[in-house]
Ligand binder design. Structure first.
Ligand code: EPZ
Length: 423
């Protein structure tokens, strides 16, 4: 397994290009199942999760061709469809469950393995299955697979009230509803930019969708969807991650393709912590204002609140802030695994349940640390960039799931960082 070695202390200056959003691409790709005409995605990120989704769609009978070094995913699904999503692929990536809605909409039945737990939480699918049941699907859990069948072979429109604004459930129901008979309304829907990006792509395919980006989405079912070409939206989580690099190390970095409206709540917290963010004609410019970072409190919430996917990275920043910060993780039940690793670097962090209290120290010290999940791994890289001495982050395969070319992007702005091939 590879490691990444970071030598801290350099200020960072220059530009970092931001890729297309992993979490948009992972829901846009299954949309190819909704039509027998080609769907092409441009600005796709080159990540191991995208390769896993490619494998899954190919196992279902879709043709997926990655072009231009993976930045273009050309897909088509005109042959017979296999409706069984096998455990050995699904267990690698929870987002595989996003084929459930499209398969039910296209074929009237599906067998999708439950993804199983993951490092950050149990991650059940009750909101997905309850919503599909309201649309006339009979769903039974048998031998680890969800066996789903649409009553009469076709889903029906329904009014669905979500108990929680689940991103994946909103995506599954929205895709399923595009071909249902009648109108579906999803209340308390997720409002993330990736939801809007999916709705934009589905409309380009001929779907009738209104209200995406608000808490209530209306989908009028149509008989057929046609092909389309869609550009994947900028990755707001990669954007926020790299905004923290100059914030922690000093210097000034321009994030190409960045837009404030993707991360308003996050930018408010950066401002309160003493970090300046300004819009340029190419993206966002970030620099630390004079003086030390100030402590701020953070609570993770569904969009437009502070994103849970930036909580670990924000904690890394607050480890050397002046004062005490309280971070509340309200979305996942086990998303502080980066805390003990940051403590190894000299941070002072107390974790009780879903609350972490961070007392700022002057400086972190480099140390060997272990990546545990995607966002925790990148928070350790950031901490290493700002620390004194050398930090070696082991098990960086987690990083490859969500961040393309980390070493190239950070060394391009002056970081002393290299990847060491594992034994
Ligand atoms: C998406 O996961 C993202 N993944 C996650 O990003 C992100 O953290 C999450 O949304 C929240 O923003 C992708 O888009 C591929 P949820 P998802 O359904 O859809 C509970 C990353 O690092 N829940 O909004 O799985 C669930 O257990 C990843 O890129 C139910 O209880 O998130 C969790 O506690 C990590 N029942 C909470 O809701 C359900 O049926 C949020 O889940 C569904 C969810």
């Amino acid at each position: 397994m590879d490691s990444i070695v970071v030598k801290g202390g350099s200020a960072l200056n220059g530009q970092i290009p931001i890729a297309g959003a992993k979490n948009a691409c992972l829901t846009l790709m299954p949309a190819t199942l909704l039509s027998d005409e080609p769907l092409t995605l441009t600005n796709a990120p080159r990540l191991s999760d995208i390769r896993t989704m490619t494998q899954l769609l190919q196992s279902l009978g879709a043709e997926v061709t990655s072009m231009q070094d993976g930045q273009v995913q050309a897909m088509s699904c005109h042959g017979d469809i296999n409706t069984r999503a096998e455990y050995d692929i699904v267990r690698k990536m929870r987002a595989s469950n996003l084929v459930l809605g499209p398969l039910l909409a296209r074929e009237g039945h599906a067998e999708v393995s439950l993804p199983g737990g993951c490092a950050i939480g149990a991650r059940p699918m009750d909101i997905h299955t309850d919503g599909l049941a309201k649309m006339g699907a009979e769903i039974e859990l048998r031998d680890g697979y969800l066996h789903a069948k649409a009553d009469g072979g076709k889903l029906k429109g329904a009014v669905i009230d979500f108990p929680f604004a689940s991103v994946g459930a909103t995506e599954n129901i929205m895709m399923a509803a595009t071909l249902a008979k009648g109108t579906t309304v999803v209340n308390n829907a997720a409002r993330e930019p990736e939801i809007v990006d999916l709705a934009t792509c589905l409309r380009a395919m001929g779907a009738q969708i209104d209200g995406d980006g608000t808490s209530s989405i209306t989908i009028q079912g149509v008989d057929k969807l046609h092909g389309a070409t869609h550009r994947v939206v900028t990755d707001r989580i990669e954007l926020g991650t790299y905004m923290l690099a100059p914030a922690m190390c000093g210097g000034e970095v321009e994030l190409l393709g960045g837009k404030i409206d993707l991360l308003a709540a996050f930018c408010e917290k950066l401002d309160a912590a003493g970090i300046s963010v300004s819009e340029t004609d190419k993206g966002l410019k970030v620099a630390r204002k004079n003086g030390r970072i100030r402590a701020v409190d953070v609570t993770t919430e569904p969009f437009p609140g502070f994103p849970t996917d930036l909580q670990a990275q924000m904690m890394a920043l607050l480890c050397t802030a002046e004062g005490t910060s309280v971070l509340e993780e309200k979305i996942f039940e086990n998303r502080f695994m980066h805390a003990p690793e940051l403590v190894r670097m000299g941070a002072e962090i107390d974790v009780h349940g879903g609350t972490a209290t961070v007392t700022g120290v002057e400086k972190l010290k480099g140390a060997p640390v272990m990546a545990t999940d995607l966002r925790a791994s990148v928070s350790l890289i950031l901490a290493g960039l700002a620390a004194e001495g050398e930090t070696r982050v082991a098990r960086v395969y987690h990083l490859d799931r969500g961040y393309e070319h980390v070493v190239r992007k950070l060394s391009g702005v002056g970081a002393d960082i290299e990847r060491i091939a594992g034994e």
